[in-house]
Ligand binder design. Sequence first.
Ligand SMILES: *Cc1c(COP(=O)(O)O)cnc(C)c1O
Length: 395
Amino acid sequence: MDPGVSSLDQVLLHGLQKVLGAPDRLIALHEPEFGGNESALLQECLNSTFVSSVGKYVDQFEAMLSEFTGARHAVAVVNGTAALHIALKLAGVQVNDEVLVPAVCFVATANAVVHCGAVPHFVDSHFDNLGVDSSALAEYLQAIAEPAPQGLRNRRTGRRIAALVPMHTFGHPVDMASLLEVSERYGLPVVEDAAESLGSTYQGQHTGTFGKLGVLSFNGNKIITTGGGGAILTNDAELARHAKHLTTTAKRPHRWEFFHDEVAWNYRLPNLNAALGCAQMERLQDLLARKRELASRYLAVFENGDGIRFIAEPAGCRSNYWLNSARLEKPDMKARDRLLTVANDAGYQCRPIWTLLHKLPMYIDCPRAALPVAERLEASLINLPSSAKLASLRQ
Ligand SMILES: *Cc1c(COP(=O)(O)O)cnc(C)c1O
């Protein structure tokens, strides 16, 4: 090995090589798999000519999601961002409200807040589970917020804080019990961003089913994909009805009349994409088993890894291990970037976490809590190749 390469780099490379072997071409961060009924159902959907806004696969896909997650209702939509947009509206978020969002998050979550005319308000994460830290949040709200007639008021900005959006980072569940306690104390509706956590449970209950509403994504890089797609989960029949209505141009059912009773969106999932979703759902348990197998192999390799540690599922949780992550014991942006260079050069597609949301140009002036843990996570986390096919189970 190059004598200039530090021992951290060697720990990472040796670990990757042990788990994944030597790559003959780039081993992707995450790849979808279509080895089941995908082609058959897509062909059947084409033959039916119902490829667009109506068709049996949308209903079937929603039923499968509801059955799998235990949410009473699932409403399929065009992508996860659209699902968040409508879920936030249904949770009561209005123009000029603030919505609490982790700074460690994909940009779509903050964008969806802005699509409601509201302002993202960034909060810190927990070092172990990578999601919103409930005790830091409670302390922060104690300092900056006060009850007001219209809800919780941010003393500093005068705006209403209308909702809290915890996100289950890379599939690791947030500590929902303590978070719900805080949200209840402050009367904050919870919209769970479970875009990355289909198949992850917290104390036996599926993520995305704890809040007033929850959101899934089926983008191409997620654990299952519909090409592009998402869903809104809720146990509330009226919210589910309204979610369907708002995402399908708010058209009153009628044999021929076009009567729409509110401003709405064309956010429905096409039947063609839902057909793909049905075939992918049939494989979800198998995908989960192999992803967990891959994670256990990473865990074994990086358990005593000098300076690098694998991030295991939080206690009391089952993670889907959508993305496997390791972290530097000493957060160091330069070391992180060097490790990323070395790993990618060697053929292992590794990635950092997202640039913290408050550092993006459009969110620089948004209100935020102190974010010490988010900063540490940004400077220490590395995502490792995570496709289910990389597990030994099927080799
Ligand atoms: C993927 C993702 C989304 C958005 O989903 P799309 O389907 O890509 O719109 C939202 N939040 C998080 C945390 C995500 O990872």
